[in-house]
Every structure is written in structure tokens, then in C-alpha cells.
Design a protein around this ligand. Structure first.
Ligand code: NDP
Ligand code: 2IT
Length: 445
């Protein structure tokens, strides 16, 4: 494999798909040596096959607002790879959604799902629909219209979508309702469902909890823990909320959250009712965190800024892709940060990751560190198949075990001669090998 040549070919085929090309390059650079040491992969064209999705469904989503006005959004589902299980991955509703972003997310999902130890392939979907400021009824009509098309290619043994940015319990409910009506079946076709109709305990908290468990494992390799550490978190959504809960429970002090409008610095610590307030903030359907500063005396709102300028020991980027850049990474290093664990997908730019590696920080890439969300989706699928529910303690224990096992896989393939663990390399190689070997077993399909 020649990474530069492969990338040139891909750039020609998919010009302008910046995020997708970024995600592919990172994986190729990590696996290059292993790939070249195993000529059977090249003989079977594994790389050329794995970088292209199996198929993409693209459709229009017409819906009416509360005033009867017609709107048309774009909808997509990308079925990337199903070598080790049904396509599995979230749906993102955000105005920035385009093919490049969904392809990067779907591609990452292949390796992330492989790392979870559960039988799940990779997929992703979504729409450029903006939930901001929409009424419940509008969100419902949109979700119903979206499912009218999506239904054609999903199914509990085929492709199992879930949430992502802009898609939480409410949206999964509306999507599930329409699927059920069309398919006339009650099955585990979506995950992140409500507890009364097939959902799993701990799924809402799982991505954030898993991210903190992963960071905990990384810290333990240095004899460190969350206890007494200052933690900076970005975002204020589902993942940020779960991470704040668990980091606080383990004795860390969370001092920031952020939104597209800026960040909150609360030096007293974001804990207890303040974490509960994050849910209200998110449910308000406004993409701003500023109201937090009016609600809690002593906290500061920094308009248009990122939380990475604050002094912290541990950074958990939980908002969105490419939100932590080189200058932010340099700031974190300068301020003594020892550990960065990605709750979001690809929140750190390649230049930022380079800085972390250069300064030998503990750096957990999203496909390993945020895999707890989809892993718990996998546990929800198992419970649905068995038609029974596990307790919160059972699910949490399995989630914790999975995060430990992912950490172990990263160390196995990412440990360098000097003892430093390159978790990016480790996660990519471990995730890739399982999928590539399954593809070899199954022939050219
Ligand atoms: P939510 O919709 O619950 O929250 C996303 C949060 O990030 C919102 O607060 C959103 O604000 C904010 N945000 C978006 N853009 C920016 C920005 N430029 N700067 C600061 N904040 C921003 O989504 P999730 O918490 O579910 O997802 C967050 C990240 O975690 C995403 O990268 C997602 O792919 C990833 N992830 C999610 C999993 C899950 O199970 N939910 C699992 C694994 C990863 P707004 O939307 O209002 O703009
Ligand atoms: O990025 C992700 O892993 C998710 N949004 C969760 C996917 C899932 O199927 O639970």
C-alpha cells in the first residue's frame, strides 16, 4: 500500500470531501505497515474495498411547519461495511450535514464497532434538518417523513440506526413510531429507544461514561486517576452530559462546557443540579450555553471562545469534529494537561493530535474512547433479541468491561519501543484487522 497514491486517487474520485479524506488518511497511515506485512490483504483489494461504502441511500424529506409552509431537506443513509455484523451507527440532524461528514462518520464507525467486541458493521445517516427552534410537532412530522424513505433499507438484522448530534430519545421515538406502523413489527430496528418500549438502561449515559472509563484506563497506566483533577469538557449535549456525570462521580472537577456561542467557565465545578441543568439547556432547542451563566452565580460566559484556553489536567472534547486545533493543543500542553480523551468523533485536527503525540500526552481517539455509546447500543440489540432487560448495574458492568478491553487492544497494537502508547495507531490496527480478516473469509462481495 502506498498511502499518498491511494489518497490522490480518492481525492480525484471524491473532490472536496474534506472530513472523509481526513478520516481515511489517518487510518491508512496507521495500518500501512501491518497491511504491507500481510500480502493477502492487498491480493484481496481490502483497502480499495473498505474505503468505499457498500451503498448510499440519498432522498428528499418534505415536511410542513406549524404554519403549513412546505420545507424540503436532504436525507441520507450510508451503509459502509457489514463484514462483522449488521450496519450500525447513528443519525445526525444538523444543518452542516453533508455526504463528506456522513462518510467520515460511517468510515470511523466500522473500526469503532469492530473494537467493541460486538458483532456490528459500520453505517451512518442523517439530514441537514436543523432542529433548533422547531416545535415538537414539527420534529415529529420531519422524523415521520424521514422514516418513510429510510424504512426501505433498514431492519433489525440489516441496519440498525441510533442517535447522534440532534437525534436523541424524542427523535428516536418518532422515527420508531413510523417504522413500526410501516413494517407492522415491534423489533430492535433502532437503538436509544425509550425504556418502556425496548430501550436499554444506561444507553443515554453510555458514551460519556465510556469516555471517562477509557480515560481512567489511560490515566491508570501512569498511576493517575480522576481524583482531584480539573476537567475541561466541550459541548453541552448527550455525550458532554454523561462525561460530566461520571468525571464528577470519580472525583474530578468539571469546570467548562461549551456551545456554538462560546464556553462556560465555572471554577466552583459543574456538578449536581448544574449537570441536571445541562439537560434543560439541551432540551430548550437553542444552540447556546450562555443561559448557564445567568442561572449559576460565579460562572463566566466567554463568547466565541473554546474551553481549551482554561487550565486543566484532563480535556474531554465532546462537541463536534475539528473543534480542537493546533493552537488549542499547544495551549493545553502549556497549561499542563496530561490526558485528552475524545468523546466526540474526530474533534481534534491531525495537527492537534501531532502535538499531543509529540509531547507524549495520553491521547484517546474517538473511535476507541467514545465507543461506549455504540457498544451499549449493541447491548440493547442483545436484550431485544433475547426479549429481556438487564439492570443498570449489569449494563454498566458490561460497558466498563468493553472499555477496558478496547483499551487493552489499543495498548497491544499501539505500544512503542519506548513504552509510549500511540492509541490512534493501536485503535486503527485492532479495529482494522478484525474487519479485514472477516472480509477475507467471506470472499469478494
Ligand atoms: P447532541 O446533539 O446531544 O449535542 C451536541 C452538542 O455539541 C450540542 O451541544 C451542540 O450544539 C454542540 N455543538 C455543535 N457544534 C458545536 C460547535 N461548533 N462548538 C461547540 N459546540 C457545538 O449530540 P451528542 O452529544 O450525541 O454528540 C456529540 C459528539 O459525540 C458528536 O461528535 C457525535 O458524533 C459524538 N458521539 C455521539 C454518540 C452518541 O451516542 N450520541 C456516540 C459517540 C460519539 P448545537 O447542536 O445546538 O449546535
Ligand atoms: O458515533 C457513534 O458511535 C454514535 N453516534 C452511536 C451509534 C449507535 O449506533 O449507537
Amino acid at each position: 500500500m502506498n498511502v499518498d497514491k491511494l489518497m490522490l486517487d480518492l481525492e480525484k474520485k471524491h473532490p472536496g470531501e474534506v472530513e472523509y479524506l481526513q478520516a481515511v488518511r489517518e487510518v491508512l497511515e496507521s495500518i500501512e505497515d501491518v497491511y504491507n506485512q500481510n500480502p493477502q490483504f492487498d491480493a484481496a483489494g481490502i483497502i480499495e474495498r473498505i474505503v468505499e461504502p457498500d451503498r448510499i441511500l440519498s432522498f428528499k424529506v418534505p415536511w410542513t411547519d406549524d404554519h403549513g409552509k412546505v420545507h424540503v431537506n436532504l436525507g441520507y443513509r450510508i451503509q459502509f461495511n457489514n463484514a462483522i455484523g449488521p450496519y450500525k451507527g447513528g443519525l445526525r440532524f444538523h444543518p452542516s450535514v453533508n455526504l463528506s461528514i456522513l462518510k467520515f462518520l460511517g468510515f470511523e464507525q466500522i473500526f469503532k464497532n469492530s473494537l467493541t467486541t460486538l458483532p456490528m458493521g459500520g453505517g451512518k445517516g442523517g439530514s441537514d434538518f436543523d432542529p433548533k427552534g422547531k416545535s415538537n410537532a414539527e420534529v415529529m412530522r420531519f422524523c415521520q417523513s424521514f422514516m418513510l424513505e429510510l424504512k426501505a433499507i433498514i431492519g433489525p438484522e440489516t441496519d440498525v440506526p441510533a442517535g447522534d448530534i440532534g437525534v436523541g430519545g424524542r427523535e428516536i421515538g418518532f422515527l420508531y413510531g413510523m417504522y413500526k406502523k410501516l413494517a407492522k413489527e415491534h423489533s430492535g430496528v433502532l437503538t436509544g429507544k425509550g425504556l418502556n418500549w425496548g430501550g436499554s438502561l444506561v444507553r443515554p449515559e453510555a458514551t460519556g461514561f465510556g469516555n471517562v472509563y477509557f480515560a481512567q484506563e489511560m490515566l491508570a497506566t501512569k498511576g493517575e486517576s480522576f481524583k482531584g483533577k480539573i476537567v475541561a469538557i466541550s459541548g453541552f449535549g448527550n455525550v458532554a452530559w454523561g462525561a460530566a456525570l461520571k468525571a464528577t462521580e470519580l472525583g474530578g472537577k468539571v469546570v467548562t462546557i461549551s456551545g456554538p456561542d462560546g464556553y462556560i467557565y465555572d471554577k466552583a465545578g459543574i456538578s449536581g443540579d448544574k449537570i441536571k441543568y445541562m439537560l434543560e439547556l439541551r432540551a430548550s432547542n437553542n444552540d447556546i450555553v450562555k443561559p448557564y451563566s445567568h442561572e449559576f452565580a460565579g460562572s463566566e460566559f466567554h463568547a466565541g471562545k473554546k474551553p481549551w484556553e482554561v487550565k486543566c489536567d484532563i480535556a474531554l472534547p465532546c462537541a463536534t469534529q475539528n473543534e480542537l486545533r493546533k493552537e488549542d493543543a499547544l495551549n493545553l500542553v502549556k497549561n499542563g494537561c496530561i490526558c485528552v480523551s475524545e468523546g466526540a468523533n474526530m474533534p481534534c485536527t491531525p495537527e492537534a493530535v501531532e502535538i499531543f503525540h509529540e509531547h507524549k500526552l495520553l491521547f484517546g481517539p474517538g473511535k476507541a474512547a467514545n465507543a461506549g455509546g455504540v457498544a451499549t447500543s449493541g447491548l440493547e440489540m442483545s436484550q431485544n433479541s433475547m426479549k429481556l432487560s438487564w439492570t443498570a448495574e449489569e449494563v454498566d458492568a458490561k460497558l466498563h468491561g468493553i472499555m477496558r478491553s478496547i483499551h487493552g487492544a489499543c495498548v497491544k497494537y499501539g505500544k512503542e519501543g519506548n513504552g509510549y502508547v500511540d492509541y490512534v495507531k493501536g485503535a486503527n490496527i485492532a479495529g482494522f484487522l478484525k474487519v479485514a480478516n472477516a472480509m477475507l473469509d467471506q470472499g469478494l462481495v
